[in-house]
Design a binder for this molecule. Structure first.
Ligand SMILES: [Zn+2]
Length: 682
């Protein structure tokens, strides 16, 4: 035997020995363990009272968070936890796959789904026999994006009643409602081993906490939302205490990203990758977790999956990019996983929404490097608020971090064209059979770091913030002028053009909106949203031919846009083309069989085809799914009247009269007349 082999063997034995010693001794007790996983949307670490000592900027007050503080005091608090992306969907995908966005594939808010080959923490837990459930606070985390993988229950049933801005403001539900539903599930399922994820969206813009938080946090409603969520976390923990589950449940709390609050002239999040939008709270408490420990070492959101997997003795894929935090938690040891001291960060949002350059970066305990058209380097030890770019003084560090970025995403010359396809393969195939979503649909995104540097476009960001205020105050004329002005300096910006069109829609200026969307297409802004809104505007001025062309283009680019498909079906109905209309409504139901308006549409298709027996159950289904739907009431009234069933006809007409909103005022005299006639005939 050669000595060199012996040496290797000895080293290996040594490693095995260390491994055996550091291994948890509780595999047999793991049978009864549960996990309560809480994600706090848009929550800056420095706005929790337990993170007081980590405040880079002392002038920020933040929220009082007694429940999270107590949880941290009884467990481990990570002083420097870094989210990988300042956006809800990609960040949650990092948390639940343990991988960076390049690997998990859910790169941005629109146009991506989780790579189905990824194995989520929930899948791992379910395979190991856990009951799994998720209660999410916003449509942003709708099941269509793939994060429902592994959950027996994925509760994303959130009404879109408050969806006033169209798809740009997604419906959310208050933390108290999400908590009620999660507690309800716990009452029924906590007798078994469970993996429960609860997501609180409230701190996301707009900031509007309920009382007493609204009064207590006048002037800082963002913090008021965090305080409100803290109270809801308290309700979940109280249940664990009362049910004697606390000793058997690992509680993990993490923020998905922070909020700019204008620290770098960004009010919300998504465009920049400074710490205010990436430094998030991370607290672990429960069995095996030593109480009261604060860990200063930088950790990443991708480290949570291997950590929880190890806790539950689940076999994690060895290839995940995150590293288990247990050596750090239990022994204060530095992590030894490949690249574990480097947090890769990115945002494609400036590229996809603004047509600016995307941003990538690398963060360590000491440094933050941002790869941008004009790169930046910050010495966090001396400059925690990232105000002085020291790249000229430290070229070697900048070079090193740039290479580290290539290690994560591949060499700089590699092809970085991304096919943006907001669909999983199966849905795509099913939709293709209806004539939507041909293989080549979707669009291509070129990640070449080209385009304006986002930090040179803060004027646009400020204008968009001002626009939101004007829009909220219904000052549409002023809002439109502001956006037109912004287009002078940022003409390639799709979002500014889209908001201009939306503002004109809200003014009822449909012709102007049509012109805005046509101009956008001329400026090569050809997203599905531009086409769907163009189609809707044509529909409003009764130009059905152009409406259908635009909406079909939108549907081929993005067949997941159900509202567009619904409008398309309506346009076909108005053209008396029930077969075409039917395809559009069926394409919706393929993706969401609880979409009430699509059943109403199918009912009308059946009426046009003279098939009354099919029409009726479709209208009934629409009402059953969404009692706020009024059109099917009217249609059922008409069906029963024509059939001679006066009682039923009266019932539905009366209900329609009671519920119909202002938009239907032109129909009310006719409905009243019908009711009078039916009553006379009685
Ligand atoms: Zn978020």
């Amino acid at each position: 035997m050669k000595p060199v082999n012996l040496l290797c063997r000895l080293q290996l034995l040594g490693l095995l020995f260390v491994f055996a010693c550091s291994r948890p001794q509780q595999t047999t007790q793991n049978r009864d363990l549960n996990v309560l996983f809480i994600t706090l949307d848009t929550t800056r670490a420095d706005h929790l009272s337990c993170y007081e000592t980590e405040k880079a900027d002392r002038s920020r007050k933040g929220a009082r968070t007694p429940h999270l503080d107590a949880l941290a005091a009884g467990g481990v608090r990570f002083a420097k936890a870094i989210a990988q992306v300042p956006l809800t969907l990609p960040s949650h995908a990092c948390i639940f796959t343990g991988n960076y966005p390049e690997v998990h594939g859910l790169r941005d808010m629109v146009g991506f789904v989780l790579d189905p080959k990824q194995v989520t923490l929930a899948s791992m837990a379910r395979s190991a026999g856990f009951r799994t459930a998720a209660f999410v606070g916003s449509k942003v985390l709708d099941h269509q994006f793939g994060l429902q993988q592994g959950f027996d229950t994925y509760d994303d049933q959130i009404s879109s009643a408050h969806d006033v801005e169209g798809r740009l403001v997604l419906p959310e539900r208050p933390a108290a409602v999400t908590t009620d539903r999660a507690l309800n599930w716990l009452r029924q399922n906590s007798g078994e081993r469970f993996f429960l994820w609860v997501h609180y969206y409230d701190p996301h813009d707009p900031y509007d906490p309920p009382e007493p938080y609204k009064s207590n946090y006048v002037g800082d409603l963002y913090s008021g939302e965090i305080a409100y969520v803290d109270g809801q976390v308290g309700r979940l923990l109280e249940f664990l205490d009362q049910s004697d589950l606390r000793q058997r449940t690992l509680v993990a709390v993490i923020g998905d990203h922070g909020e700019g609050l204008n620290d770098h002239l960004e009010q919300t999040h998504g465009v920049f990758i400074y710490d205010e939008t990436l430094h998030v709270p991370l607290i672990l408490a429960g069995p095996r977790v030593p109480p009261g420990r604060v860990i200063q070492t930088q950790v990443r959101s991708i480290d949570l999956l291997p950590t929880v997997a190890e806790f539950l003795s689940l076999s994690a894929n060895a290839a995940v990019q995150g590293t288990s935090l247990w050596p750090l938690i239990e022994q204060g040891k530095q992590m030894t996983g490949k690249g574990s001291n480097y947090a890769y960060i990115e945002t494609l949002y400036p590229k996809t929404f603004m047509n600016w350059s995307e941003l990538r970066g690398m963060r360590t305990d000491r440094w933050k490097f941002i790869l941008a058209p004009k790169p930046e380097l910050y010495d966090l030890e001396h400059d925690p608020t990232e105000t002085a770019n020291v790249i000229d003084q430290h070229p070697a560090e900048a070079d090193h971090f740039q290479k580290k970025i290539w290690e994560v995403i591949g060499p700089p010359q590699s092809d970085r064209k991304l096919a943006v396809a907001p669909l999983d393969a199966q849905t795509r195939q099913e939709l293709a059979s209806l004539g939507y979503a041909s293989a080549g649909s979707g669009r291509e995104l070129v990640l070449d770091m080209k385009g304006p540097d986002p930090k040179d476009r803060v004027r646009t960001l400020n204008a968009l913030d001002r626009y939101k205020q004007l829009s909220k105050a219904k000052s549409f004329g002023q809002a439109a002028r502001l956006l037109q002005d912004t287009l002078q300096t940022d003409p390639g910006n799709p979002m500014v053009r889209l908001y201009l069109g939306i503002t004109q829609e809200r003014q009822g200026a449909w012709r102007q909106a049509i012109e805005t969307y046509r101009n956008a297409i001329d400026a090569r802004i050809t997203t599905d949203e531009v086409y769907s809104r163009l189609g809707k505007a044509y529909l409003r001025v009764n130009d059905l031919d152009n409406a259908i062309i635009a909406m079909e283009t939108a549907a081929s680019k993005n067949p997941t846009d159900r509202e567009n498909l619904c409008n398309l079906g309506t346009a076909h109905l108005l053209q008396k083309r029930p077969t075409e209309a039917e395809k559009a409504f069926k394409a919706i139901l393929l993706q969401d069989d609880r979409y009430a308006a699509a059943y109403n549409g199918l009912g009308l298709v059946a009426v046009q085809q003279g098939d009354i027996d099919t029409a009726r159950p479709n209208f009934e289904k629409a009402i059953e799914l969404d009692p706020k739907q009024v059109e099917p009431l009217l249609h059922l009234g008409l069906l029963y009247r024509d059939k001679g069933d006066r009682q039923q006809a009266l019932h539905y007409f009366t209900e329609f009269l009671e519920k119909a909103p202002q938009d239907y005022s032109h129909l009310l005299p006719q409905v009243r007349q019908s009711i009078r006639e039916l009553q006379r005939a009685n």
